[in-house]
Design a protein around this ligand. Structure first.
Ligand code: NDP
Length: 448
C-alpha cells in the first residue's frame, strides 16, 4: 500500500486511473494524500461526505484553440487552458503560464496546489490556473500582443472579477497582463479588476511585482527565527532568474544574506562576491536576455551550462524556477554541502525523493504552498484595493504581506504539531491547514 490509509490509497488508485499519464498532477495529489492520513483517521465524516473525492476533481476544465498570426503572416495555433479547480471559499484565483511544457497535467497540478495555497493565505480566494503552450521567448512584442488578444478573446467568456481572476506566472509578466487586460476591457466594455499583476496606472498594486520573492524570504525568516537564527551572514543559492528569483534575491540581500547564484533553463551563474541584482534585472526584465550574459558583465562571476546550481555549497537553498528542478541527487549534494534550510519559491520544484531526503536529514523545509503564497496573497490585496477603488502605499501592502506570511507559518506549524507531533513538518502542516478550511466549507455548502 503506497499511502498508509486504505481509503486514501483506494482513492489514489481511482484518481490515477482517471488521470492516466498526468504525472505532475498525480504527484501533487499523492503528496496531499500522504499528509491527510492522520486527518481522515481523526475525522471519519471527511470520508462519508465524499469531500476528498470531490476535491480531486476540478469543478471546470476549459481547453480552447488560440490562433494568431506571426510577423511573417503565418497562422500559428496554440492550446489554451483554464482550470477552475475549487470555488468553495471565493472566486477562482491563480496565474496564467506561457511555456511550451504547459499541458493539462501541468495546469491541473498547479490548480490543485492553488486551492490549498489560497486557503492558507486566509483570504477569500478559490483555486484556479491557466495558460498555454505558447513560448514567448524570441517572439516580438507584436506577436506576444496578438497571441494575448486571441487568448483573451476566448478566456473572457469564463472569467470576471467575481468569478475567476487570473494573474501572472512563468512567461506572464506586466507586458502580457497589459495586453490581456486591454482586450478584456475592449470585449466587455468594462473596467474591472479581472486580472491581477496590472500596471500601476490601471489598478495594479504596489509591491505585487516583489510579492512572491519577498514573501518567500519573510517565510524563511520565520523558519530561521524558529531555530534562533537569521539571514545575517548566510550563503543563499537561488535557481531561476525570473520574477520570483529576482525579488527573493533582493530581499535576502536586504536581510543580510549573500546570494551566490541565479540560473535559467540553459545554465547557472556562480558569483562568489554576491549576485548583483541590478545586473540580473537589466538582463532579464529590460533586455529579456539570457543569464549567461551576467558573466560577461560582472568580473569574478562564472557561468556554467546545465543545471548544476545545486552543487554550490550554501546554508539556504531557494528553488525559484520550475517544477521538479531539484531531484534526490541534488538534495543529497545540498545536504552533503551543509544546507540547513530549503524553501520553495517555484511550485513543486523538489521531487518527492528530494523532499524525503530533506525531511530525513533535519533540513528545515518550507513547501511551495506555504512559502510562495505571498504572490497570490498580494493579488488578493490588489483585488481588495480594486473593489474599494483605492491604492495602498508600498509600505502598507508590504506590511500586510509580512503579516500574512507569518500567519501561514504559524498555522502550518500548529497543524503539523497537532496532527503529526512534529511542528517542523511544514509539508504536512501546510497541506492540512489549507485542506481543512476548504473541506469544512465544502461540507457546509452541501454536495456540489
Ligand atoms: P518567470 O517566467 O519570471 O521566470 C521563470 C524562471 O524559471 C526563468 O529563469 C526560467 O528560465 C526558469 N525556468 C522556467 N522553466 C524552466 C525549466 N523548464 N527548466 C529550467 N528553468 C526554467 O516566472 P516566475 O518567476 O513568475 O515563476 C517561477 C516559479 O514560481 C514557477 O514555478 C511559478 O509557478 C512560481 N510562482 C510564481 C508566482 C508569481 O507571482 N510570479 C507566484 C507563486 C509561484 P528560462 O528563461 O530559461 O525559461
Amino acid at each position: 500500500m503506497e499511502i498508509k490509509n486504505q481509503y486514501l490509497n483506494d482513492l489514489l488508485v481511482k484518481v490515477t486511473k482517471r488521470n492516466a499519464g498526468e504525472n505532475e498532477f498525480l504527484q501533487a495529489v499523492k503528496e496531499v494524500f500522504e499528509s491527510l492520513v492522520p486527518v481522515v483517521e481523526k475525522r471519519p465524516e471527511l470520508i462519508s461526505s465524499g469531500v476528498i473525492e470531490r476535491l480531486v476533481e476540478p469543478e471546470r476544465f476549459i481547453q480552447f484553440r488560440v490562433a494568431w498570426t506571426d510577423d511573417k503572416n503565418q497562422v500559428q495555433v496554440n492550446r489554451g487552458f483554464r482550470v477552475q479547480y475549487n470555488g468553495a471559499i471565493g472566486p477562482y484565483k491563480g496565474g496564467l503560464r506561457l511555456h511550451p511544457s504547459v499541458c493539462s497535467s501541468v495546469i491541473k497540478f498547479l490548480g490543485f496546489e492553488q486551492v490549498f495555497k489560497n486557503s492558507l493565505t486566509g483570504l477569500p480566494m478559490g483555486g484556479g490556473k491557466g495558460g498555454s503552450d505558447f513560448d514567448p521567448k524570441g517572439k516580438s512584442d507584436m506577436e506576444v500582443m496578438r497571441f494575448c488578444q486571441s487568448f483573451m478573446t476566448e478566456l473572457c467568456k469564463h472569467i470576471g472579477p467575481d468569478t475567476d481572476v487570473p494573474a501572472g506566472d512563468i512567461g506572464v509578466g506586466g507586458r502580457e497582463i497589459g495586453f490581456m487586460f486591454g482586450q478584456y476591457k475592449r470585449l466587455r466594455n468594462e473596467f474591472t479588476g479581472v486580472l491581477t499583476g496590472k500596471g500601476l496606472t490601471y489598478g495594479g498594486s504596489l509591491a505585487r511585482t516583489q510579492a512572491t520573492g519577498y514573501g518567500l524570504c519573510y517565510f524563511v525568516n520565520n523558519m530561521l527565527a524558529a531555530k534562533n537564527t537569521s539571514f545575517k551572514g548566510k550563503t543563499v543559492v537561488i535557481s531561476g532568474s525570473g520574477n520570483v528569483a529576482i525579488y527573493a534575491a533582493e530581499k535576502a540581500i536586504q536581510l543580510g544574506a549573500k546570494v551566490v547564484s541565479v540560473s535559467d533553463s540553459a545554465g547557472y551563474i556562480y558569483d562568489k562576491n554576491g549576485i548583483n541584482v541590478g545586473v540580473v534585472q537589466q538582463i532579464k526584465e529590460v533586455e529579456r536576455g539570457r543569464i549567461k550574459e551576467y558573466a560577461t558583465r560582472v568580473p569574478g562571476s562564472v557561468y556554467t551550462e546545465g543545471n548544476g546550481v545545486w552543487s554550490i555549497p550554501c546554508d539556504i537553498a531557494l528553488p525559484c524556477a520550475t517544477q521538479n528542478e531539484l531531484n534526490g541527487d541534488d538534495a543529497a549534494l545540498l545536504i552533503k554541502n551543509g544546507v540547513k534550510f530549503v524553501a520553495e519559491g517555484a511550485n513543486m520544484p523538489s521531487t518527492p525523493e528530494a523532499v524525503e531526503a530533506f525531511l530525513a536529514n533535519d533540513v528545515f523545509f518550507g513547501p511551495a504552498k506555504a512559502a510562495n503564497a505571498g504572490g497570490v496573497a498580494t493579488s488578493g490585496l490588489e483585488m481588495s484595493q480594486n473593489s474599494q477603488r483605492l491604492s495602498w502605499t508600498f509600505e502598507e501592502v508590504d506590511a500586510k504581506l509580512e503579516g500574512i506570511m507569518k500567519a501561514i507559518f504559524d498555522n502550518s506549524t500548529k497543524a503539523a504539531a497537532e496532527y503529526t507531533n512534529n511542528a517542523d513538518n511544514l509539508v504536512a502542516g501546510a497541506n492540512i491547514a489549507g485542506f481543512l478550511k476548504v473541506a469544512n466549507t465544502m461540507i457546509a455548502q452541501g454536495v456540489l
